[in-house]
Design a protein around this ligand. Structure first.
Ligand SMILES: Cc1cc2nc3c(=O)[nH]c(=O)nc-3n(C[C@H](O)[C@H](O)[C@H](O)COP(=O)(O)O)c2cc1C
Length: 246
């Protein structure tokens, strides 16, 4: 990866210093489980943000929360790219136009250059889901930690195959897209996300995009009782609904 971009992705496997934590877990006080449950219940996916900027240190601490999530075989293969400049955010918005007013986007990648990644996710096809599970866990940590700091979020699906909406217009373009998709030539398509990653952001091939996270401050907070997404209610059922009876 070229110059400046290299420093923006944590590509190192440094051992961590755990100086600020007790090894007996005694920092968990009685009230904190209820605080955590409230955070879990209060977090909503926000799709309209105020545009207010987030302090870089807050963003770094959110990424740190993500890095403390468990990973399969302790592979620690996730890499985080922080986008905060307007031109970068505007480019992402072309792929995900509903994220109005977003002030930070974090793209999560899987580092396929690690020997374990290559073995588990490429050679052993039955382990392919692990980086996605790891990404989900990291995201869960991140959105909850962000919420604890008053920062709102929306996880959004992003893959190599996403196209800039504005440029997905003509029938010929659509047909060409389908053909290229069939031939798996997305990296050559100027309106595809992978093209943007590799050519504009200079992300190297061994980093595979997993997911995106939008951060900002909510313009409006959806009401859990009435909010819908994709025509479906956001509201959760009572816990017994989710338990498989035996
Ligand atoms: C893996 C994943 C991908 C998602 N992708 C999108 C997306 O592309 N666009 C979007 O508007 N919301 C996306 N969401 C947010 C969900 O729609 C949202 O979590 C769901 O509607 C429940 O709402 P809540 O997060 O407010 O509880 C995604 C969530 C997850 C976990």
């Amino acid at each position: 990866m070229a110059g400046q971009k290299t420093s923006r992705i944590n590509g190192q496997h440094n051992s961590r210093k755990v100086t600020d934590l007790s090894d007996k877990g005694d920092m968990i006080s009685d009230g904190s489980s209820q605080v955590l449950m409230n955070l879990i219940k209060q977090r909503r996916s926000i799709r309209r943000f105020t545009g207010r900027k987030i302090d870089r240190n807050d963003v770094l601490s959110i990424v740190e929360a993500g890095t403390w999530a468990p990973t399969g075989c302790n592979n620690q293969e996730l890499r985080f790219l922080i986008l905060q400049q307007d031109n970068e955010l505007n480019q992402v918005l072309k792929f995900k136009p509903f994220l109005r007013g977003v002030s930070t986007v974090i793209l999560i990648f899987c580092d396929m250059s690690l020997p374990m990644s290559n073995k588990m996710y490429r050679q052993y096809k039955h382990e392919r889901h692990l980086p996605y599970v790891d990404t989900g866990l990291a995201l869960a940590h991140m959105v909850l930690y962000a919420k604890s700091k008053g920062i709102d979020s929306c996880i959004f699906n992003l893959s190599n195959y996403h196209l800039r909406r504005s440029e997905q217009k003509s029938i010929i373009e659509k047909r060409l897209y389908k053909l290229k998709k069939r031939l798996n030539l997305h990296a050559l398509m100027e309106n595809s996300f992978v093209y943007y990653l590799r050519n504009c952001l200079k992300i190297p091939n061994h980093l595979e995009i997993m997911c995106g996270l939008a951060l900002g401050f909510a313009e409006e907070h959806p009401d859990i009782h009435t909010a819908k997404h994709g025509g479906r209610k956001i509201m959760r059922e009572v816990v017994s609904h989710y338990i498989v009876p035996r």
